[in-house]
Write a protein that binds this ligand. Structure first.
Ligand code: ADP
Ligand code: MG
Length: 368
């Protein structure tokens, strides 16, 4: 009979890291979210060879204090959450303290950081696979942090081969994801560039630190795209679906329902030229990019009843009380559990029809 024994800590870390960082998108997402959490107003994302060689995210945020250097990449060390009860009220993207630790296990991670009062001198930190600090050196730097990830999955040969093989598809997803962050973040200057193995660095897109998502859309997708959109501003009153009972006393729980706002931009319900592709459909919950397939389905179905030859551009931020959803469902936090989702979908269907009804006579505008 085989003996049951504990897996050594190093192996556990390796196994779990592969679930936090599953692909190129997870790297980009984690680094960009850290920059946003740090209060940055400038975020520069730089790829070499579409991320296969390196991904670097530079920000002008808070920087990391020297006292935290040794814990920054340790697993479950975070400056954002100290106990589970804080999760519901959390305003930051991160809270698990897993991203940098996982990246140490799967790539070569370097962090360069500088506090405002220490500029123009910062520190360059390197780490062991375990996330322990390996070396610190003094370098020239400005306030903020640059995190560089090289040779992603170098020690997971199967995953690395998959990444190499599917890079075209992955790259497409990465750019779509970056579009979402750049669109939703107002007052943040985003720039994204890529340098091929041989050749010069190319700027792919940038935003100007605009105060509105409208201007971000113009910077990223162009003024023509914006001209074909109508503002989305729905105030939904969600009635509780079904009667809930207290698990212990079996007494009926009374609930008054709640309000949900959906704001953003959506295509006019008219026939224009050109076809919007699905990666121009972006959903957020309180500013967090996420996948809301049922919501997307309602948008597309209602839209199609007005215009069945095109698929709409959608930029929809669902704004609701943090107590009414759960982001801790999947490691990448993209799947979100919404409270009373069915009632929300029913109410949305009606409100969207009313919105499109009121714009049905809008003039058709070319979108391509
Ligand atoms: P989490 O975001 O869940 O806290 P991470 O592993 O992503 O976990 O980051 C660990 C910690 O490192 C963060 O809590 C934060 O204190 C610090 N950190 C990471 N990236 C940055 C950054 N760009 N600017 C400032 N601090 C950062
Ligand atoms: Mg994080």
């Amino acid at each position: 009979m085989a003996t049951i024994k504990e897996i050594d800590g190093r192996s556990v870390h390796q196994i779990q890291s592969g679930q936090v960082i599953v692909d190129l998108c997870s790297v980009v997402k984690e680094l960009v979210e850290n920059s946003i959490d740090s209060g940055a107003t400038i975020i520069d994302v730089r790829f070499k060879n579409q991320g296969l060689d390196s991904i670097e995210v530079q920000d002008n945020g808070s920087g990391i204090a020297p006292a935290n250097y040794s814990s920054v990449a340790l697993k479950h060390y975070t400056s954002k959450l100290s106990s589970y009860s804080d999760i519901a009220s959390l305003q930051t993207f991160g809270f698990r303290g897993e991203a940098l630790a996982s990246l140490c296990a799967l790539s070569i991670l370097t962090v360069t950081t500088c506090l405002e009062q220490d500029a123009p001198k910062g520190s360059r930190l390197t780490f062991r696979q375990s996330g322990e600090l390996e070396s610190t050196s003094v370098v020239a730097a400005q306030r903020g942090t640059t995190v560089s990830v090289e040779n992603l999955f170098h020690n997971l040969p199967v995953r690395r081969r998959e990444l190499d093989r599917n890079i075209k598809r992955e790259w497409h997803k990465v750019i779509a994801l970056l579009n979402q962050y750049a669109c939703i973040q107002t007052n943040v200057k985003f720039s994204v560039s890529q340098q091929p193995t041989k050749g010069k660095r190319i700027l792919l897109f940038s935003t100007k630190g605009n105060p509105s998502t409208r201007d971000n859309i113009i910077n990223i997708f162009g003024a023509k795209t914006l001209a074909a959109l109508i503002p989305l501003e729905l105030d939904l009153e969600i009635k509780p679906s079904g009667t809930r009972r207290d698990a212990r006393s079996n007494e009926k729980l009374t609930s008054n329902g709640h309000g949900v706002r959906i704001v953003g931009h959506v295509s006019k319900p008219v026939h224009g030229e050109g076809r919007q592709t699905p990666d121009r459909q972006m959903f957020f919950v309180n500013g967090r990019p996420c996948s809301l397939p049922q919501l997307a389905k309602v948008f597309n179905e209602v839209y199609r009843s007005y215009n069945n030859s095109q698929s709409p551009f959608i930029f929809a931020d669902v704004q609701l009380d943090t107590m009414l959803y759960d982001v801790n469902v999947s490691p990448d936090k993209r799947s979100i559990l919404l409270h009373d989702q069915n009632s929300l979908l029913d109410t949305l269907r009606i409100s969207l029809s009313q919105l499109f009804d009121s714009h049905e006579d809008s003039i058709s505008i070319t979108t391509s």
